[in-house]
Design a protein around this ligand. Structure first.
Ligand SMILES: [Zn+2]
Length: 481
């Protein structure tokens, strides 16, 4: 067994020893070959059935132990890639260096960088189980996928014909007290067009919205946070009700999958005094409806009077009609689970200037028909502007099943071992489970994982006591006949 230093004294020893080994092998998204080879070699040394495909997904099968030959097989699954994020002060090279691990009050961390507990702990769990950490078990199949963090590419490309299991435990969740039983699918709609320009003159106003909280466009879409692009375009539409408005430019948002925190629009009107009044009135009204985290909202305006010959967008009205018509935020709540968002849309980025126009929407739902509906709605608006649209990166959701034997077993074993109830949740974001469910439609799936904090950031931390507890529950589930 490998020498164990940083996590010495913590359990489960074999899991943590493997985790420390993995941390020595760089494994950012797209750079999984070395870790895939490590896993493949592990399997060969143990004499296990193993496949490493052309994309470096790895599949291993360990046959049932005596007495479990007729028990249904399990598929365990996690991803080998990690998000590479570091402090600006860190010299870490994610292509070469081992992570610099340390403990902090029972939590494992990496100095200055992400830890890759997401999802290295899944890999370590699987290797330890395959390495004899479980005495009695049915056939265990383990799937280690690549490029989860950059669009679920590994799960998408894997050939599932080798899988025999009909029960699957995904190990890519981050909260010990929860068992995940469904996730959203999604699609990104990238809209672009060549602006038609015309000459305008009048007062030029620059309107800037800033200081909103933003957040993840999936899991935080129900927090009531305002979208800076929508606030801006709503103000422009209000002004346009009273007088003609021509856009010079509009920029907002940074990422498709984040709620935009800022937006800036430049436009021409005849009467700037009236327009500024509308903005001030809007500003006063909007604050009442904002959630607490958006209290930092700042709306600022500057005016240049009587400007001649400004290039403006001929499609200004159509563009504002589009941002006004395509509702964003929560579009439908689940009928099965209280408080769960079923269907949402985010307007993530807008960049319109004299040369280019680019807008992205991302839609999420656990139901395919709602994703289809969102695509149709976007298409209708796009046609009115005469723009192009590409609906890309579509991935299927995993719809909540009211009945699941696997979930029942997990809930029961969790209670037996932990003494408390585990909470069943469905998340409004993508997991590889959606893709696997779409390939093996009768697969019974849950997703679990030990407590982690601040994943995808240099503050990522993994709770080792939680790992030990969760590993016991996992073994108990697998050992049940
Ligand atoms: Zn993950």
């Amino acid at each position: 067994m490998v020498q164990q230093l940083v996590t010495k004294g913590y359990k489960p020893e074999k899991v943590l020893a493997y985790f420390e080994e993995l941390c020595k092998i760089p494994h950012g998204s797209g750079n999984e070959e070395a870790i895939a080879k490590y896993i493949e070699n592990f399997a060969k040394k143990k004499g296990l059935f193993v496949i490493r495909d052309a994309n470096n997904n790895v599949f291993i099968r360990k046959e049932a132990t005596e007495g479990y030959e007729n028990a249904p097989a399990y598929l365990l699954q996690g991803h080998t890639d990690m998000v590479c994020a570091k402090l600006t002060t860190s010299n870490h090279d994610f292509e070469r260096d081992a992570l610099d691990l340390y403990m902090e009050n029972g939590w494992l961390r990496a100095r200055g960088t992400t830890l890759g507990g997401d999802d290295g702990i899944a890999v370590a769990f699987m290797l330890a189980l395959l390495d004899g950490e479980i005495e009695n078990h049915p056939t265990i199949e383990c799937l280690f996928t690549v490029e989860e963090e950059t669009g679920l590419g590994g799960a998408e490309s894997f050939d599932y014909s080798v899988v025999t299991a009909k029960k699957m435990i995904n190990l890519d969740s981050e909260s010990e007290g929860e068992v995940c039983a469904g996730c959203a699918g999604g699609v990104r709609s990238k809209i672009d067009f060549k602006p038609t320009l015309e000459a305008s003159s009048g007062d030029v106003i620059t309107l800037a919205v800033d200081g909103l909280f933003g957040g993840h466009s999936g899991v935080e879409i129900n927090c009531g946070r305002a979208n800076a692009i929508i606030l801006t375009s709503n103000m422009l539409s209000e002004i346009a009700k009273e007088q003609e408005l021509a856009l010079v430019s509009i920029f907002g948002g940074e990422k498709d999958n984040a709620i935009p925190r800022m937006c800036e629009a430049k436009f021409v009107v005849e009467d700037s005094t009236k327009a500024v009044e509308v903005i001030e009135k809007f500003d006063a009204q909007i604050r009442e409806g904002l959630c607490e985290s958006d209290a930092g909202l700042k709306i600022s305006v500057s005016v240049e009077n009587d400007v001649e010959d400004v290039k403006t967008l001929a499609q200004s009205k159509e563009l504002l009609d589009m941002t006004g018509s395509l509702k964003v935020g929560v579009l439908a709540m689940s009928a099965h689970l209280e408080g769960l968002v079923e269907f949402s849309r985010n307007l993530g980025v807008i960049e319109v200037n004299g040369e280019n126009a680019y807008i992205t929407y991302s839609s999420r739902s656990s139901k395919e028909e709602q994703i289809d509906l969102s695509i149709t709605q976007v298409d209708e608006q796009v046609e009115k502007i005469g723009a192009n649209v590409r609906h890309t990166g579509r991935y299927p959701g995993w719809d909540f099943l009211p009945e699941s034997d696997l979930r029942d077993t997990y809930v029961r074993k969790f209670k037996e071992i932990m003494g408390v109830d585990v909470q069943t949740v469905v998340i409004h974001a993508g997991l590889e489970c959606g893709i696997i469910k779409s390939r093996i439609s009768d697969m019974d799936i849950i997703s679990i994982g030990p407590n982690m904090r601040n994943i995808h950031t240099p503050d990522e931390a993994l709770d080792l006591d939680s790992c030990a507890r969760l590993f016991e529950v996992l073994k108990a589930v697998l050992s049940e006949k």
